[in-house]
Design a protein around this ligand. Structure first.
Ligand code: URA
Length: 494
């Protein structure tokens, strides 16, 4: 068997009213576990939760003793009061142990690597990086998430490819890793199910932006994967969970420290998320752009991020001597077609008809568009008639395309969910027709919106226009979104 059952009771969906069970040792010293209201009060008032308290809470989440209101209250108490490193580590372990631990052949250990992102707009890096790493000899058992708030989810993007199945058993994952080297699956009733419950609750209780909750959510899923090395892409900027780089750095350091405690080699890349990554936002449009990157082409910021994150992973896992050497190998896998071949194999292994997978990977951009679901209408927005320049034809330099309002409009057009399980419209999205830093003239088309309704309403059009920020400075080259890499304290930067 490629896995063993975790320490916690067999996972399942939460029964609506399961009977009270002790489930954990005492947290209060009396021999009896503390009741949930007492645990919530303790954290609400800034107290420290013991290991028994945290495990008791996670058990109660799993076996249905915790009501939704109590889960929400505890999440808010943690969001407001925080958790120290010890509490965060215990929470991470308890979430990981709510399901099965994946186990792989010992000989794979060094090759088992992954990357995870805190969530961005237009972020299709995983679709490219997983097969590129597989082409470099890695094993990538990636457990990904769905769209959360305004940010897109890797699973939703992949599911826009007809037939793609994100539900794979541990045995199927092992077979795919043997044959392909990478798979991208959903977190499920078997894999860190307690995180699934808390993740959905955080989305609707304004408790997403919490360092301990993000850390435990990400690392519990990764602890289950049995990895040697993980790089987390921690976004900062206008469309990130933490706009402030300092707060994002605090998250990065916590991820690295807690990861070390779990025996995982974790590094965290701080990357800018003000503009969308690449030119396409929306599920099928992002698959198309990921395929372009796998062709060795595509937008430079996307390629740059894939190569740099991949380089860091190969170096940290001891599969390259330096980050640059690792980056060179990832770039070569994009340029020589080996990453694209792994992507095609992964699609077939995860349920896509092999003929469709072949056609998608070998077709031209136009053919690809015909093979994927697309929205009924397209509408182009033109650069406004006035701007910082007063001369008749020029308008200004594209300083920024604000990703947050763009993502919010697409969300309202059906690209995102307002409730868990709600269907999404895979073809809805937008293509940027301009690059940040370029000169833009009046009346030039700058955005093509793909929508299922007849036209954009005036409110959406106004919001999108406000997303386009122009300046009167000279055209410029956009810096790489990759700002810094936070490493475990003992690692020497090459
Ligand atoms: N990704 C996760 O898996 N969890 C979070 O909380 C944020 C990003």
């Amino acid at each position: 068997m490629p896995y063993r059952t975790g320490a916690m009771a067999a996972p399942g969906t939460r029964p609506p009213s399961a009977p009270e069970t002790a489930g954990a040792d005492s947290g209060g010293g009396s021999g009896e576990p503390r009741q949930l209201p007492e645990l919530i009060r303790l954290k609400r008032d800034g107290g420290h939760l013991s290991e028994a308290d945290i495990r008791n809470f996670v058990h109660a989440v799993m076996d249905g003793r915790a009501q939704d209101t109590q889960i929400g209250a505890m999440l808010m108490a943690i969001r407001l009061q925080g958790m120290d490193q010890e509490e965060t580590s215990v929470l991470t372990r308890a979430l990981a142990e709510s399901g099965q631990q994946l186990e792989w052949p010992k000989a794979w250990h060094q090759q088992l690597v992954d990357k995870h992102s805190t969530g961005g707009v237009g972020d299709k890096v995983s679709l490219v990086l997983a097969p590129a790493l597989a082409a470099c000899g890695c094993k990538v058992p990636m457990i990904s998430g769905r769209s959360l708030g305004h940010t897109g989810g890797t699973l939703d993007k992949l599911e826009s490819i007809p037939g793609f199945n994100v539900t794979q058993s541990p045995e199927q994952m092992r077979r795919i890793l043997e044959e392909v080297g990478c798979c991208i699956v959903g977190q499920s009733v078997k894999l860190a199910p307690a995180d699934g419950i808390l993740y959905a609750a955080r989305d609707v209780t304004a408790t997403v932006d919490s360092v301990p909750l993000i850390t435990a959510s990400i690392l519990s899923k990764k602890a289950v994967e049995g990895l040697s090395t993980l790089v987390v892409d921690v976004k900062f900027g206008g469309a990130a969970v933490f706009p402030d780089q300092e707060k994002a750095r605090e998250l990065a350091k916590t991820l690295v420290r807690v990861g070390m405690g779990l025996g995982l080699q974790v590094a965290a890349a701080l990357t800018a998320m003000d503009n969308p990554l690449g030119r396409n936002v929306g599920h099928t449009l992002e698959v198309e752009e990921a395929l372009l990157c796998l062709d060795g082409a595509g937008p430079p910021d996307l390629r740059d991020l894939v190569i740099r994150l991949g380089g860091a992973i190969l170096w940290l896992s001891g599969q390259a001597e330096t980050q640059d050497q690792g980056a060179f190998r990832v770039a070569a896998a994009l340029d020589d077609g080996s990453a694209l071949r792994r992507f095609q194999l992964m699609l077939s292994a995860q349920g896509v008809d092999p003929g469709l997978a072949r056609a998608l990977c070998s077709g031209s951009p136009t053919q690809r568009r015909q093979l994927l679901p697309h929205a009924r209408e397209q509408e182009e927005l033109l650069a406004p008639a006035d701007g910082p320049q007063c001369s008749p034809s020029p308008l200004g330099t594209v300083e920024c395309v604000r990703a947050l309002p763009l993502a919010r409009v697409l969300h309202e057009l059906g690209a995102g969910r307002s409730r868990a399980g709600q269907p999404i419209r895979p073809g809805v999205g937008a293509e940027l027709l301009v690059d940040v830093g370029q000169w833009l003239s009046r009346g030039t088309p700058w955005l093509r919106v793909h929508l299922d309704g007849p036209t954009l309403c005036s409110q959406h059009r106004r919001t999108l226009l406000e997303a386009l920020v122009l300046s009167d400075r000279a055209p410029f080259k956009v810096p790489s979104p990759f700002a810094e890499l936070v490493l475990p304290p003992t690692t020497a930067q090459p």
